[in-house]
Design a protein around this ligand. Sequence first.
Ligand SMILES: Nc1ncnc2c1ncn2[C@@H]1O[C@H](COP(=O)(O)OP(=O)(O)OP(=O)(O)O)[C@@H](O)[C@H]1O
Ligand SMILES: [Mg+2]
Length: 338
Amino acid sequence: MRLGERQPRNPQIPPSNSAGCRWYGAPLKTALMDLLDRRFLFVVGKGGVGKTTVAAGLALEASRRGKKVLLALVNCKERVSQLLDTEPIGPDIINIGENLDAVNMTPDAALEEYGMMILKVRAVYNAVFKNKLVRAFLKGTPGLEAWSMLGKAFYHACPPKGDPDYDLVVLDAPATGHALDMLRVPFVIESVAPPGILRRDASRAVGMFRDPERSGAVLVTLPEYMPASETIDLADALTNELQIPVLQLVINRVLPVLFAEKERPVLEALPSQISEGEIRGLAIAGRRRVLRETVQAKAVRQVRSHIHAPCSELPIYRDLEDDRSVMDTLSKALLETM
Ligand SMILES: Nc1ncnc2c1ncn2[C@@H]1O[C@H](COP(=O)(O)OP(=O)(O)OP(=O)(O)O)[C@@H](O)[C@H]1O
Ligand SMILES: [Mg+2]
């Protein structure tokens, strides 16, 4: 299979139920498992929807439950240290809390680690990987940088021998398209690479990523039209093309509902009935709010009718970046699913 090419639908996954809704959740047998009992979670979604916040929240809650956790960021402008009030997180793994380590992976550092894992001896590594031609070749090999980071995170959850370093690795994936490109890499390597270490690791990763008892995706979205439809497409690509189970849906930044459905038409019409005065401003504000709530209700319905994984909703937290205790509240709310 080439990058971007779609695999035929997995015959074990029903295309739709009698109501025409597609099922993206894990098989029923595993749906009752605790999300945090998996070994590897991908937190995925459109840019800016709250992936990093959710990944940090899940990692925090798992570590609080006594699991040894690695929060793996993918070469991003790191702001977890601000959220969790820790030292800045760079390409070397650091401890940021009890049972909780973090790393902000870069392709160069991850490739070096991978090279060292294979070649074992620093002098041999330097001779091979520091060679200009080899470096140019590696940089030009599609997917290798992405795989070096994904593969590194995978190794910490599932080494070829012995016990894993961590009970759980939470990967804060890049935004939608880049995340899919990254996740496709081991599947492509598995199908095209000649037998060897690269293919062996990719096959092991594919095995784990498709096993809902060990791994899966947490989809993050906003209660708005565009993010909702992009999330449905993402769930479709994960489930049908890659056969990666969707274990949970997180709808982030949900507004509290102030108006009942029957009050909405009244408020929508109100500004046109009030021509001037302070009260008109209030009527306009009320109408705006009603419109946002209407969009939110439709988007939530749309996304939940397609993605039948357990779902949690997060409100808008005022002091998320400034008050560390807000992350504790958020991380607990993440696990309260409907
Ligand atoms: N529930 C929430 N309440 C309030 N603010 C939030 C909430 N979730 C996320 N944010 C804020 O929204 C912004 C984007 O969140 P975050 O960085 O987690 O998104 P992202 O999906 O990782 O973005 P990117 O695609 O750029 O990596 C941040 O400033 C974050 O503090
Ligand atoms: Mg992010």
